[in-house]
Design a binder for this molecule. Structure first.
Ligand code: AMP
Ligand code: MG
Length: 469
């Protein structure tokens, strides 16, 4: 076992965290080890035992702590949050850079409030499945290094099997981490945090404004990618937005089946604040909170600093739109740019919405000439397809190859995730393992896995997802 831990966050002053070790669990059992990821990180997969994955034993070189942060949850300010059921073990370093290794579900911390510090196996499976699927789709994300069952029950609506997820991230620093120090008027802490994040994520940035601009650009790229695969995060609170630009904190997240821009899954998002189409706006809202937090660090006249920060936020759209356009162009087979492309794409999306067409299946059917089976609204296909064909005919490359590379066949369908969770509650983890294995090949699934690509039948549809933390 290598011991390449270098715990830079633990070297920050102690008001950034609380040092503590995971709470031991009764009888840990390995649920799954992500062997390819372990090897990428220079870890021997056989070292990831049930004891290590549950927090009962610590890898040498770790320096466990719970991070403090604050955040806006559904728009409401919460001055003190923090890792209520997670513990950062440390940062592993190597040719891949620097990665946090964190346990989630590892026991009570000073930030647990009324929570029990634990996770049940449902959310652990969901995060494992979806984060690894996102990675296979090429979308920046935290990853799952492994999961263990604790052998203990966790009380929610009922008693469920407990579990611990081992998560890997570029860092776990959130917009809410900046908000925490800003709200306390702790400019020295804020400065340390900024310097830490610049060194770690954006070494090209030379101050708070260019840092803000880098974070905004990373979020624009990220959210455009979410939109291109129909992903809905569900809880884009500022404490769930990583400044690294990785997708983080998979709660009631879901991939859309039938396309509709206002789709919401999360049971706690009653206003549709984080509906599919709202995600870019909500990213800007969160970035505005980051900008506000950074203002005390900006040089010169405060009014001028505020104007400059506002300009960065206004820039979001000019970064997001070309990203989004490029991704959706590829989805309909285009690599070149023409003026009518946006109308072509939005025209297709409008027809998908009125046809209640499945997002993933429709785009993958474009490749094999079967999309008209999905765009069923009266006259919808006939009024779109000729323009598309004409446009495709002007493409220099191979539009089919472009579409195949841009349109996944396999996504973590909500009903399949639910099915895996339900089986897991009953002690059968085979559907979970099958789903994780299959989702490693979203663009060219094995023939045996094609049943997982099918949209849900009406009686299989899952309309609500729960944080279920
Ligand atoms: P989330 O909405 O999952 O991002 O969680 C919001 C906050 O609640 C975070 O600070 C979590 O650490 C905390 N939290 C969620 N579930 C629990 C739990 N079971 N025990 C303690 N804290 C929790
Ligand atoms: Mg969270």
């Amino acid at each position: 076992m290598r011991e390449d831990f270098d715990n830079s966050y633990a070297r920050l002053p102690d008001r950034f965290y609380s040092r503590l070790v995971p709470t031991a669990v009764a009888s840990p059992q390995v649920l799954r080890v992500n062997e390819p990821l372990a090897r990428e990180l220079g870890l021997d997969p056989s070292a990831l035992t049930a004891e290590v994955l549950s927090g009962n034993a610590l890898l040498p070189g770790t320096d466990p702590l719970a991070q403090v942060y604050a955040g806006h949850q559904f728009g409401g300010w919460v001055p003190r949050l923090g890792d209520g059921r997670a513990i950062l073990l440390g940062e592993i370093t190597g040719d891949f850079g620097r990665r946090d290794i964190q346990l989630k579900g590892s026991g009570i911390t000073p930030y647990s409030r009324n929570g029990d510090g634990r996770a049940w196996v449902g959310p652990v499976m969901r995060e494992y499945i979806v984060s690894e699927a996102m990675h296979a789709l090429g979308i920046p994300t935290t990853r799952a290094l492994g999961a263990a069952l604790t052998g203990e029950g966790v009380q929610r609506e009922r008693r469920y099997p407990g579990a611990v997820l081992t998560r890997v991230a570029a860092s776990h620093i959130r917009v809410g981490t900046f908000q925490y120090f800003a709200a306390r008027g702790d400019s020295a802490g804020l400065r340390l945090l900024l310097d830490h994040c610049i060194a770690r994520h954006y070494p090209q940035a030379d101050g708070p404004l260019s840092f803000l601009s880098e974070v905004a650009a990373a979020q624009a790229r990220l959210i455009a990618r979410w939109m291109s695969v129909g992903f809905i995060h569900g809880v884009m609170n500022t404490d769930n937005m990583a400044v690294s630009g990785e997708t983080i904190d998979y709660g009631p997240c879901a991939f859309m089946d039938a396309y509709h821009p206002r789709t919401v899954f999360s049971s706690i998002d009653q206003q549709g604040r984080y509906a599919f189409q709202e995600q870019p706006n909500m990213a800007v809202w969160n970035l505005a909170q980051l900008a506000t937090s950074l203002l005390p660090l900006m040089d010169g006249d405060p009014e001028h600093a505020a104007e400059e920060a506002t300009r960065v936020l206004e820039n979001f759209a000019t970064q997001f739109s070309p990203e989004w356009m490029q991704l959706f162009r590829a989805k309909i087979g285009l690599t070149t740019q023409e003026d009518g492309d946006e109308a072509l794409i939005t025209g297709l999306l409008a027809r998908m919405a009125s046809s209640q067409a499945d997002f993933t299946a429709t785009f993958s059917a474009l490749t094999n000439g079967k999309a008209r089976d999905h765009i069923t609204d009266n006259g919808a296909w006939a009024s779109w397809a000729p323009n598309w064909r004409a446009r495709i005919s002007r493409e220099p490359g191979d539009p089919k190859a472009t579409m195949r590379a841009a349109n996944p066949v396999l996504i973590p369908r909500n009903h399949r995730v639910e099915e895996a969770i339900q089986a897991g509650i009953g002690g059968d983890y085979a559907p979970f393992h099958r789903l994780v294995d299959a989702l490693a090949r979203p663009f060219d699934p094995l023939a045996d896995d094609l049943d997982l690509a099918a949209p849900p039948r009406p009686d299989e549809r899952v309309l609500r997802t729960f944080c279920g933390t």
